[in-house]
Design a protein around this ligand. Structure first.
Ligand code: FE2
Length: 376
């Protein structure tokens, strides 16, 4: 075991880049109107705001959905000449922006670019009748970017240019609260340079590491390091494939996303049994449950838990523990036809880790899906 807990390691992070949390996650999608319907119907997100031709934006349409503290922005280009079209042509639907809520977007840009960050958007101040938002952006892995959003002088619904959006169709929320972590998949020998980038450029610390001896199945393996900012409000695990007998899920992702990118977004709930039951009823597809032996052995592995085993087994919810407590988690199948982005639903009961004890059961489940796609 590590000498320091994950919580203790976070305190070692540098504070030249204070971050208050995830501001929004923007996906580039082929059809934002239909994607918004899916995330509303299946996951219970609510309409918040919209920007598009009706609001004076000529080249894209963006739907902003909200649930708890999570804001999803779904953006689609309206013409092939828009660079977003090229992004979607290459990567398919996926996460473009992991936006971070900061107190000073200009200083965040200056501090990170001074340390080597590649510029995505020079700092700018955008205004409307509701005040001003200051924004800037840098590239992280692949074509993914971090935007810095400073909104202390803004009273509007989302960002200048967006108008409030309401709908007569409002499926109830499913208990999704906030973004717990966002995982990136990077290429061969790219995990350590990416980890170093988060340390040097963002002042993050590596709070947990897993090597291919810990994360492997009969067929494939991967390595993972978890990066966190100081207050632990944003955590970015970074995965890299490792040599195995067959193709790993990370390689499959890299092949179909055609590059590095966001593998999964983990969303917190206070009641995972209720949330997952509801999501399944709405048609969200999850990875298949592990074998019965997983549940027979569960209490020996993690100790006493508050939940009954029967609903966990029925729904295929996984449980893991660390020295600070335990966590419950489950993973959706990919959210689009390419085997790329998926969601994790997670409920933490003290544990600050990421379910390493579940990796084997989980990856065997993923491999069954990969095999069905002919990609194993
Ligand atoms: Fe995760």
């Amino acid at each position: 075991m590590e000498a320091l807990t994950a919580s203790a390691k976070m305190k070692q992070a540098q504070d030249f880049l204070p971050i208050n949390g995830t501001d929004y996650i923007e996906l580039y999608v082929g059809n934002a109107k239909q994607a918004a319907h899916f995330y509303k119907t299946a996951f219970g997100f609510q309409n918040l705001a919209y920007a598009g031709p009706e609001t004076g934006v000529r080249d894209v349409a963006s739907y902003v959905l909200q649930q708890g503290k999570i804001r999803l922005v779904l953006t689609t280009p309206l013409k092939s000449t828009n660079p977003i079209s090229e992004h979607i042509y290459k990567h398919g639907d996926g996460v473009k922006v992991l936006a971070l809520w900061v107190d000073d977007a200009y200083k965040s840009f200056e501090e990170t670019t001074k340390r080597g960050a590649k510029v995505y958007m020079e700092p700018k101040t955008i205004t409307d009748e509701n005040g001003e938002v200051r924004m800037s952006g840098i590239y992280t892995y692949g074509e993914t970017v971090h935007m810095f959003v400073e909104r202390k002088n803004y009273k509007g619904i989302f960002l200048p240019g967006y108008q409030p959006m309401t709908s007569d169709y409002n499926p109830t929320p499913t208990g999704l609260l906030h973004v717990d972590h966002c995982v990136g998949n990077v290429g061969w020998n790219r995990m350590n340079p990416t980890v170093k980038w988060y340390e040097d450029v963002m002042g993050f610390v590596n709070i947990l590491s897993f090597d291919d001896k810990q994360i492997n199945t009969e067929y494939s393996a991967l390595m993972s390091k978890v990066m966190s900012n100081g207050n632990g409000y944003v955590k970015f695990p970074i995965n890299e494939p490792a040599e195995g007998k067959k193709k790993s899920q990370i390689e499959e992702y890299l092949e179909f996303y055609e590059g590095e990118g966001v593998q999964h977004v983990a969303i917190a709930t206070h009641d995972i049994i209720k949330t997952v039951r509801e999501l399944k009823a709405r048609g969200v597809e999850f990875l298949s449950a592990p074998p019965n032996a997983y549940y027979e052995d569960l209490l020996n592995r993690v100790g006493k838990i508050d939940e009954d085993l029967a609903p966990l087994q029925e729904l295929g919810i996984l449980v893991d523990c660390d020295e600070e407590g335990y966590l419950l988690q489950i993973f959706t199948k990919p959210l689009e036809d390419r085997p790329t982005l998926f969601f994790e639903i997670i409920q933490r009961k003290g544990a600050q880790s990421f379910g390493a004890g579940n990796f084997k059961a989980l990856f065997e489940s993923i491999e069954r899906e990969q095999a069905k796609r002919g990609n194993l």
